[in-house]
Design a protein. Structure first.
Length: 297
């Protein structure tokens, strides 16, 4: 579960995409909302992510920003995939289709997110089809970051099909693309390590995971660290090194606690805001009623 969620959350973080959107006055706030929603995905703050994306959608409609509305709807579909609501993701995708006047990066994003959706529901032929459509656009328009995401997706598809050699080749290419982006690189590097676990090369897997652990040690990416520690523990169990195995299981449990504390804090804050809003609304209604009665007298 944690491995899958880690992959989902990190794949959807796409800061470069939003940086390339035309910064018209009306679109700046929307772009910032979508950026913020991506930044929050690793924190597990699902409620706020949803609120940011849907707020962006409303602003797009109000300002008649068609392409940005299309993009924010892709983000909403991504969100539903992230939390495992594939039915909602499918319904969201059905609401939109790319137009010829949209930018190449927007088209690419639509197709590689569709590929990701089909990969998660194990319709792998469809996942490959949409990945290749996205890759064609990315190659024709030199969309380097998109290519990294697509290679990572294709690698995961081949991994599911049991073609570990091809999967490793694609993960290596994706790692090269993402060598200057820690979030993306850490995700792909982790996926690469997992291949060596499946191949039974536990020493190589441990070396890669520890390299990843060091790279993100100073971050608060609890959902990224959690599966790293889990697979380190599994590798040490395979090597019959119980001392190290339980050490990493303990670290895994600590990261899980951090995730749960963040989720509890988020839920508490949500309840407080909802309560305060109800109280304010009740007071407004009360004052309106008083004014209305005074006017009638």
């Amino acid at each position: 579960m944690f491995v899958i969620k880690f992959l989902l959350v990190l794949l959807f973080y796409n800061q470069f995409f939003f940086a390339q959107i035309d910064n018209k006055k009306d679109s700046i706030q929307i772009v910032n909302l979508l950026k913020k929603s991506n930044e929050l995905r690793l924190s597990g703050n699902d409620h706020e992510v949803f609120e940011l994306i849907t707020t962006a959608q409303k602003l797009c409609k109000f300002n008649h920003l068609d392409e940005l509305y299309f993009i924010s709807t892709i983000e909403l579909a991504d969100f539903h995939i992230m939390i495992g609501d594939y039915k909602k993701a499918n319904e969201t995708f059905k609401l939109i289709s790319p137009k010829s006047n949209y930018g190449a990066k927007t088209h690419s994003k639509f197709y590689h997110r569709k590929a990701f959706y089909f990969n998660q529901i194990n319709r792998l032929d469809s996942a490959v089809f949409f990945s290749n459509k996205a890759l064609k656009i990315a190659n024709e328009n030199k969309l380097t970051d998109d290519k990294g995401t697509i290679y990572n997706e294709l690698a995961n598809i081949y991994e599911k099909q049991g073609d570990l050699k091809t999967a490793l080749e694609y993960y290596n290419v994706a790692c090269e693309v993402y060598k200057n982006n820690l979030r993306y690189y850490a995700n792909t590097h982790y996926n690469k390590a997992r291949i060596f676990y499946k191949l039974g090369n536990y020493d190589k897997e441990i070396a890669l995971l520890k390299e990843n652990e060091r790279a993100i040690s100073k971050t608060d990416w609890h959902k990224a660290k959690c599966p790293i520690y889990f697979y380190l523990a599994q590798a040490y169990f395979k090597k019959k090194d119980s001392l190290n195995a339980y050490k990493y299981l303990h670290l895994n449990a600590q990261e899980l606690n951090e995730i749960q504390e963040e989720e509890h804090s988020t839920n508490l804050n949500k309840l407080i805001v909802e309560y305060e809003t109800k109280e304010k609304n009740a007071e407004i209604i009360k004052q309106k009623n008083i004014i209305s009665k005074n006017n009638q007298q």
